[in-house]
Design a protein around this ligand. Structure first.
Ligand code: HEM
Length: 369
């Protein structure tokens, strides 16, 4: 694939960062020349080895303010802890529960659920119509979450509440004075989500729903747009290349681009001394070389680098297998239409950089086929 087509894809994809958090991503781009850079009590961690080291070797304070764990705990108002903020035995027990449903057999069962949904939702493309991939990703992730956690719930309502809970939680944790209204909005959205998902372990279910919906709704449309803009549909149509293409697209779009963490004790990351209480901004996007290496299923970055977008160590994303299989299936279902992007609008209020709407229609080659 020519570098010009990837440049076009990159140009569109950059808009999701520049419209939502221009200053933050400007700062991260300006400092990425070094694996680790200290700014006061904050370390910006860009290099793959340093990023992995921070997640696997350094003791982290998972309940410190400004971290993902603290945001999860505050939104759920749950003293017990829920995955992101847990450690040790309780964490391992909850992970074991998820490993069953999100393992190879579990994902195979879920594919049987989403494949007919994809056929139905993409049918308008055959008639010259348009499909909004954000809307599709919401329904898809809502349906998966309901199948896993809340049978009987309405997938769209679950996806809507999960998105609102994450967005309000991010708003309430912005630097600066406390934002009681945003905190209350986050708690309300999370309560709605817990109600929708029903009586199972509500806090854990709500946590998994938020993690699954927001990443999927950010990742799928961005990956499809890149595929369309760079003209990668031949690779998406090839059953052998497709899973690797999916991994590569997840790598370059790095849906969860920044992991905010806090060190619990003194140590070192990438040769740079760390003190307990130091803030770490772990830049998944740079660790996975998303900014400098185009997606190429014939010469992929390889799992050791590509998987960094899912974190590393004991808290690494348990939904990675599901996310990879789902994107591969979405690409496979779209490939016959050779879609092009008709319209795209950034979601400036979402928890993760992404599109509010990303509409595709069949391209000339797909429409003629
Ligand atoms: C493109 C899609 C996805 C991306 C990029 C992504 C990324 C991540 C990242 C970076 C973490 C933090 C890892 C760490 O701290 O080392 C995480 C954690 C998590 N993810 Fe995902 N994720 C995705 C999809 C999903 C899905 C589909 C599910 C559920 C079905 C899910 C469930 C979770 C959960 C429950 C955690 C917390 C794990 C823990 O703290 O033990 N994720 N994810």
């Amino acid at each position: 694939m020519s570098s010009t087509s990837h440049a076009r894809a990159r140009l569109r994809d950059r808009r999701v960062y520049l419209r939502s958090h221009p200053l933050l991503f400007g700062l991260l781009a300006a400092t990425r020349g070094r694996a680790v850079r200290r700014l006061g009590r904050t370390l910006l961690v860009h290099g793959p080895d340093a990023y992995r080291e921070a997640l696997t070797r350094l003791p982290l304070d998972r309940t410190a303010a400004g971290t993902t764990g603290a945001a999860a705990r505050a939104a759920l108002r749950d003293g017990e802890g829920v995955l992101f903020d847990q450690e040790g035995g309780g964490h391992r027990a909850d992970r074991r529960g998820l490993a069953g449903t999100l393992g190879a057999a579990g994902v195979e069962e879920l594919r049987a659920l989403w494949q007919p949904l994809l056929v139905r939702r993409l049918a308008p493309l055959a008639r010259g119509g348009e499909v909004d991939l954000v809307d599709l990703a919401r329904e898809l992730s809502g349906a998966v979450v309901c199948a896993l956690l809340g049978p009987g719930a309405d997938p769209r309502a679950v996806a809507g509440a999960a998105a609102e809970a994450a967005a309000a939680s991010v708003r309430s944790h912005l630097p600066g004075p406390r934002r009681p209204r945003a905190e209350a909005a986050a708690a309300r959205a999370t309560d709605r989500l817990r109600l929708l998902l029903g009586p199972a372990d509500e806090a854990l279910s709500a946590m998994v729903a938020v993690a699954a919906v927001n990443t999927t709704v950010a990742a799928l449309p961005r990956a499809v747009a890149w595929c369309a803009d760079a003209g990668l549909w031949d690779q998406a149509a090839d059953a052998a290349l497709r899973p690797v293409l999916a991994d590569e697209l997840l790598r370059v779009t790095a849906a969860s681009p920044l992991l905010p963490r806090v060190a619990a004790a003194d140590g070192a990351v990438g040769g740079c001394p760390v003190r307990g209480g130091d803030r770490l901004l772990l830049v998944a996007r740079h660790a996975a070389a998303a900014h400098r290496r185009d997606p190429d299923p014939r010469r992929p970055a390889g799992p050791a680098v590509a998987r960094l977008v899912f974190g590393a160590g004991p808290h690494a994303c348990p939904g990675a297998r599901l996310a990879r299989a789902q994107l591969a299936d979405v690409l496979g279902a779209l490939a016959p239409y050779r879609p092009v992007v008709a319209r795209a609008r950034v979601d400036r209020g979402a928890a993760l950089p992404g599109w509010r709407a990303l509409t595709v229609r069949a391209g000339a080659a797909g429409a003629a086929a």
